[in-house]
Design a protein around this ligand. Structure first.
Ligand code: AMP
Length: 489
């Protein structure tokens, strides 16, 4: 289907995004939030927004487009107040819809609430129906509004910490949230920690961000990850934060694809530097399916760290495989993945990547990328390399085959569109025209990330999810961590 929304497993937009929260002693928080969003631009290019609070009222600016286009100097200057939350939203073809742009904000009897969400709830409809039955009116079909309404309802009856705990007892799925209640900024991570969220310290305050590279950009110090099931409340005066471990789940379900593709390589997620994980994945790839060819080359930029690890391991084993850059990337072309038509996707790959003939001609080549989804990229690149004279092209992928959709917030494709959805590795190799093709095992992924498979979400490569999703299998005994709602005051 060509409509990006209809394209998704649930028919709804996926919320694969970047979130920020900032609380400072005195200075306005909008500018550091803007810079942090810039650092998280790769997590979402469809819309960008900031909500601030100046102690009396909220200010907000939410626009479609890239951070640099969504804000000008006046927009940032107008966002007064020393507390802020921000959001960048993932592009979803066809959903050029400002209603879904975030942060979501609402004023209610209990004050002003702002919410930025990265992730995807699997029981949003259930909670929405319940709230709608109690008289809540919704302006979008997004999960974030569901969380905001539920929290607002609880805040009318209870304190902040109890209210968040109560909301966590009702929502199920993946969420990393930055929330602003009046001028208090909070960070929450779902009980299985599916999406990343990290705390940083600045000279004059604290920051919460999806990735540590945002903290680096602000010259801050990393404090630690927000723990799965934890609520972090930043002090309004920027002096520190309080922590409340609201839920303890037996196992985590960190998304392995953050390490493989989504996060920046210079980010540290759950104490692992993404770049090193990718290099280790490349080393594992050599160990599992290395083939000596004249050159090994990355698909830029996503395959680069994998290819460097692979080449290093190959050379340690005495293979004469040389690392080479055989494809040049046009940096001014946006992402090719989410394009409404197959023809547009193919054209975009060609606009984005061009071979360097001299490094390829007459050579046997190993081409390395992080993943194959529909197969558009690898099919075209194998053909391109052959067109400029590669003798053989062997494709190595730094992740297992993607066989099932993501319900936790990554915009993949439908099951039918996945090239590995219904065929063998040999069949895929033939379809993309490769002389050979190998993926990585889930054991190798767990080894490189340094976390047990029981603590990772591998749903898109195993078809078994760590969450309780209608019509899908789960790989956990405990399908939903039980969270006792707090007793009323
Ligand atoms: P495809 O061409 O459909 O096989 O997609 C694979 C290419 O898209 C690889 O080069 C990946 O780096 C990239 N990719 C994988 N997953 C995603 C995603 N969720 N969003 C955007 N790009 C992706």
């Amino acid at each position: 289907m060509e409509d990006g929304r209809a394209d998704r497993p649930s028919g709804k937009p996926r919320e694969k995004c970047g979130v920020v929260g900032v609380s400072l002693a005195e200075r306005d928080a909008a500018l550091p939030t803007y810079y942090a969003l810039y650092a998280l631009q790769h997590r979402g290019q469809e819309s960008a927004g900031i909500v601030t609070h100046d102690g009396f009222q909220q200010h907000q600016h939410v626009e479609m487009g890239l951070v640099g286009d969504a804000f000008d100097q006046d927009d940032v200057d107008a966002l007064r107040g020393s507390t802020a939350i921000g959001h960048v939203r993932y592009p979803t073809a066809g959903s050029v819809d400002k209603d879904c742009a975030q942060p979501f904000s609402v004023s209610f009897k209990g004050g002003a609430l702002g919410l930025s969400h990265n992730g995807n709830l699997v029981n949003a409809d259930e909670v929405r129906d319940d709230l709608a039955g109690a008289g809540h009116a919704f302006t979008s079909d997004g999960d974030t509004e569901v969380i905001a309404h539920d929290l607002a309802r609880n805040l009318l009856e209870s304190d902040l910490v109890r209210s968040v705990k109560h909301t966590m007892s009702r929502i199920h799925g993946s969420y990393a949230l930055t929330i602003m209640h009046d001028d208090t900024v909070l960070g929450v991570r779902d009980p299985q920690g599916n999406r990343p969220l990290i705390i940083g310290e600045l000279d004059d305050g604290y920051v919460l961000a999806s990735e540590s590279s945002a903290i680096d950009t602000l010259d801050g110090e990393i404090v630690r990850d927000v723990r799965p099931g934890e609520l972090v409340v930043l002090h309004e005066d920027g002096s520190g934060f309080d922590s409340y471990q609201l839920v303890e789940a037996e196992n985590t379900a960190h998304c392995f694809f953050e390490y493989v593709y989504f996060a920046r390589p210079d980010s540290v997620i759950d104490e692992e530097l993404v770049y090193e994980v990718r290099r280790d994945l490349g080393r594992e790839l050599w160990a599992e399916s290395g083939t000596e060819t004249d050159v090994v080359m990355p698909v830029p930029d996503s395959g680069r760290a994998f290819a460097s690890g692979y080449a290093e391991a190959a050379s340690e084993d005495g293979a004469a495989t040389e690392f080479a850059e055989g494809l040049m990337k046009n940096r001014y072309v946006g992402r090719t993945f989410i394009m409404p038509t197959q023809e547009a996707r193919e054209r975009a790959v060609r606009l984005k990547l061009n071979p360097i003939k001299s490094t390829v001609e007459g050579k046997t080549v190993t081409l390395i990328d992080d993943s194959i989804v529909r197969g558009t990229t690898s099919r075209q690149l194998v053909q391109l390399l052959k067109d400029v004279g590669a003798e053989e092209v062997h494709v190595r992928i730094g992740a297992p085959a993607i066989v099932a959709p993501c319900y936790m917030g990554i915009d993949m494709a439908t099951r039918e569109e996945l090239i590995a959805g219904d065929q063998s590795v040999d069949g895929i190799a033939e379809e993309i025209g490769a002389d050979s093709l190998s993926y990585l095992s889930t054991d190798a992924v767990s080894e490189a990330i340094g976390k047990s498979k029981d603590d990772l979400c591998l749903g898109c490569v195993t078809g078994e999810y760590p969450y309780d999703i209608d019509g899908e299998a789960t790989d956990r005994d405990v399908e939903r961590p039980t969270i006792e709602p707090p007793a009323d005051d």
